[in-house]
Design a protein. Structure first.
Length: 307
């Protein structure tokens, strides 16, 4: 049985506004956020925990980098974190807490791009621009000192970026970590219907509406929006975290099946009864997952493969 905190989490998320909504409500929210954009700035007081710098990418995106106070950044490994939010929601406090935790506990600089959101920005522009940023970071320190991370929609973008880097004939990141990744923009996997009955957070119809906005003119099978369809060879080492009370568990399981046929090293963490993006949540299971995640990307650790 999962912890009491995990069992109460659906109610807590609903009180904070993170509740399951359908397609029409998602369209209304998308229009509202386009008219009144939310703040993407780090939460007040976060700079007391970690050193935060703000620059701009070549694409003009605001890009934050977080590291421990007093750290010599040139000596640190780097990680690029792509936040979730169905491609139309801004970065949240949960994301900032996670990246600050990684920066504080590891000899690593965590880079967080504030990418423009759908429907104003679409995957045909966003994925290449994110790959440009990843390539720049790898050029500074080397691919063996670079990790690529993302959650939910950001997990889908992270895998699409890993594929794009390979297509540029670049060495793969040391680690690519996908937290509850959204890997098929169409969200039509037959397993989703059964999972939806137990997922208190995500709605398949809402995902499809958001996916349409993000993919723009691209077909739904395009690997930039549905990287589950990509050639999965030569991606280095990929790690997935997924819970079974999450409709995107279907994508994670499909990735496990497909990547097992590739030469990419793969580590898979599936937890029964846990929610979407559970490593970001304030539960005992979330804390345990964050410890595991730190171990996965810790540059001082050894790489292992768990299929």
């Amino acid at each position: 049985m999962t912890s009491l905190a995990n069992r109460l989490m659906p109610a807590a998320l609903a009180l904070r506004g993170s509740r399951r909504v359908g397609a029409e409500a998602t369209l209304r929210e998308m229009a509202s956020r386009a008219l009144r954009p939310r703040s993407f700035s780090p939460p007040r007081g976060l700079d007391r925990r970690v050193d935060i710098r703000l620059e701009r990418s070549a694409a003009g995106w605001p890009v934050y980098s977080l590291a421990a106070h007093g750290a010599a950044r040139r000596d640190l490994d780097s990680a690029l974190y792509l936040h979730g939010g169905s491609y139309f929601r801004e970065i949240t406090r949960r994301h900032w807490r996670l990246v600050a935790d990684l920066a504080l506990s590891l000899p690593m600089e965590v880079v967080v791009p504030i990418y423009p959101l759908a429907p104003a920005a679409t995957a045909d522009v966003l994925v290449p621009a994110a790959a440009d940023l990843a390539e720049c970071l790898m050029g500074e320190r080397g691919a063996d000192r670079f990790s690529l991370l993302g959650d939910s929609a950001g997990g889908g973008m992270a895998l699409a970026v890993a594929v794009a880097l390979r297509e540029r004939t670049l060495a793969p990141p040391r680690r690519t970590v996908l937290i509850s990744p959204w890997l098929d923009i169409a969200a039509y996997d037959p397993a989703i219907a059964d999972l939806a009955a137990h997922d208190p957070w995500l709605c398949p119809d809402a995902l499809r509406v958001a996916g349409e906005a993000y993919r723009g003119a691209l077909p739904p099978e395009d690997v930039r929006v549905s990287p589950i369809n990509a050639d999965l060879d030569d991606l280095g080492h990929v790690t997935v975290f997924t819970g079974t009370r999450d409709i995107l568990n279907a994508d994670a399981r499909r990735l496990r099946e497909r990547i097992a046929l590739s030469n990419t090293e793969f580590e898979y963490h599936e937890e029964p009864g846990l929610l979407h993006v559970y490593p970001l949540l304030p539960t005992p299971e979330g804390r345990a997952a964050r410890r595991t995640l730190r171990g996965v990307i810790d540059p001082r650790g050894a790489i292992s493969s768990v299929r």
